[in-house]
Design a binder for this molecule. Structure first.
Ligand SMILES: [Zn+2]
Length: 423
């Protein structure tokens, strides 16, 4: 293995700001600070922030079977371009990742693929059918770190109860897609003044809050660790906070798009903005942003959900749900929250680093001697316009096309090797 030096960056991790140093990496781990001596590769990190690579507990990499949207190589490379060193892939692929062989195959292929580390999730029900539980023990043994039917809500409360009991026994995390399918019905956007004005079928906040309540109650009842994915509304956060305060072993995720876009975007009738759960009102976005300050929100997950342009160019009723987000998440949130003075940088970093690690029960990522050399170098002064044509993801379309954003990953290192470099 080679010896690498990142020279002259400001070193920051969840334990604090260490000041400006040369950081040395060797054999895939952090060797130390300011050691000197010869190196095989060096990077000039002066003027940048050097910090642990981000962790995403929620990305749709579309592999196997939907490689026209994304594949392991493009997805893990896109994650690296977003500053991520670890990604949990969702199981709603084709075939569904409901079999230990498919988990093992993902793990084996990811080990040969450059980019972020892969930690696959596996399906909760066979074929995401919502009827029969998968074999959690075998899926865990094959490498699955999380159980989720994400993309499809688990409608059957008894099945969800049994899933929670089974997961609790194994110490596995369950991630939910908390929307009541009957109540959201055929809604394609948030139900409210905007959906009424546009004449589009609405999906009410209560479809989320009702299901969050059920999922939180089942977590409390069974003792299972339940991660509530992509909570999108004020009411959803209120319900989840109340359950959490009452001792339910739940954690709460929010996404970059629910923090930055409102249902007014749908006035363009552009399905680029069609996502599940839907973009909410400005009041919801303001509430979510405020909630980032306290301890109630545990992590930011990208819900990176790439689709082909042809699919996203269908009409609003037919187009699939999802936005390709993983490459712009940091710059978007740095620009709109940190640079705008609405959130301290340390808090944003926490929600991308220590926060998701704690959700999973993983060690907090640190720039400490012997820790894995998974690092992102951030240029917080750099301003770039988002250009979909240059995204690494196969989904080369984005709601932020042409938007100047500030604060970009310029180098991502995984296990001591550069997996992304922005020139
Ligand atoms: Zn989901």
């Amino acid at each position: 293995m080679s010896r690498v030096a990142l020279r002259g960056g400001r070193l920051v991790d969840g334990s604090g700001d260490m000041g400006v140093h040369d950081l040395y990496l060797k054999d895939g781990v952090i060797e130390g600070l300011d050691l000197g001596g010869s190196v095989d590769v060096e990077h000039d990190a002066s003027g940048t922030l050097v910090t642990p690579a981000f962790l995403d507990l929620h990305a749709h990499l579309r592999d196997p079977g939907q490689e026209v949207k994304e594949d392991l190589a493009s997805g893990l490379a896109a994650a690296a371009a977003g500053g991520y060193g670890t990604v949990v892939s969702m199981a709603n692929t084709d075939p569904v990742v409901d079999d230990p062989g498919l988990v093992a195959d993902l793990v084996a292929r990811a080990a040969r693929t450059s980019g972020a580390r892969l930690r696959p999730a596996a399906a909760l029900s066979r074929g995401l059918g919502g009827e029969e539980l998968t074999d959690f023990a075998a899926l865990k043994a094959a490498g699955a770190v999380m159980i989720t039917d994400d993309g499809i809500p688990v409608a059957d409360s008894h099945l969800m109860r049994r899933a929670c009991e089974y997961a609790a026994e194994l110490g596995l995390m369950i991630q939910t897609h908390s929307e009541d399918p009957a109540l959201r019905a055929k809604g394609v956007m948030n139900e409210g003044a905007v959906s009424h004005r546009l004449g589009l079928p609405g999906n009410p906040v209560e479809a989320e809050s009702l299901m969050l309540f059920r999922d939180g109650e089942l977590a409390r009842m069974t003792g299972a660790r339940v991660h509530l994915a992509h909570v999108s509304s004020k009411r959803g956060i209120e319900v989840a906070s109340w359950l959490k305060a009452g001792g339910a072993p739940i954690t709460i995720e929010v996404t970059p798009h629910h923090l930055t876009l409102t249902d007014e975007s749908l006035a363009s009738f552009d399905p680029l903005y069609k996502v599940a759960p839907p973009l909410r009102s400005a009041a919801d976005v303001a509430y979510l942003r405020d909630a980032l300050h306290g301890g109630v929100i545990d992590s930011i997950g990208t819900d990176h959900a790439p689709h082909t342009l042809a699919e996203k160019e269908r009409d609003m009723l037919e187009a699939p749900f999802g936005i390709s987000t993983i490459e712009v998440t940091f710059a978007l949130l740095y620009t709109e929250l940190v640079a705008a003075g609405a959130l301290p940088l340390a808090r944003l970093l926490h929600l991308l680093q220590d926060g998701p690690a704690a959700v999973m029960g993983w060690a907090p990522p640190r720039l400490a001697v012997g820790a894995p050399a998974d690092i992102v170098v951030l240029d917080l002064e750099r301003v770039r316009e988002v250009d979909a044509a240059h995204l690494t993801s196969k989904a080369k379309h984005t709601p932020w096309q042409g938007t100047p954003l500030r604060g970009w990953p310029v180098l991502t290192v995984v296990a001591g090797a550069a997996v992304f470099e922005r020139r």
